[in-house]
Design a protein around this ligand. Sequence first.
Ligand SMILES: [Cu+2]
Length: 119
Amino acid sequence: MGEDCNLHEQACAAVLAPGVAVTLDISPKPVRAMTDLEFTVSLSDRNGPVDGAQVALDLSMPGMFMGENRSILSGLGNGLYQGKGVIPKCPSGKTLWRGDLQVQVGDVTGNVWFLFSVK
Ligand SMILES: [Cu+2]
């Protein structure tokens, strides 16, 4: 999931649940550590944009505890959700991060993740 999509260049899409699609976009690009970031998620199903979801993004490093880096995204309408956050600098110099997107809407709960390296 996410490996064939480059978050430094574009929003990345995934399937949250059958018939439910989600995209994650991070700006500014390229994505850097220690920078104010804006996370934008779009959520849609077969009928179009989905509002009223609870959306959170957890940022972590595979195999390393980097503290809790969780952003709650608020709904903007039209299936869009937005939140802010900062990716800490890794003391080991590693750059690989994983974004876990947790979405709950109605009786649908989904979790999709994206891997990316910060610049
Ligand atoms: Cu680290």
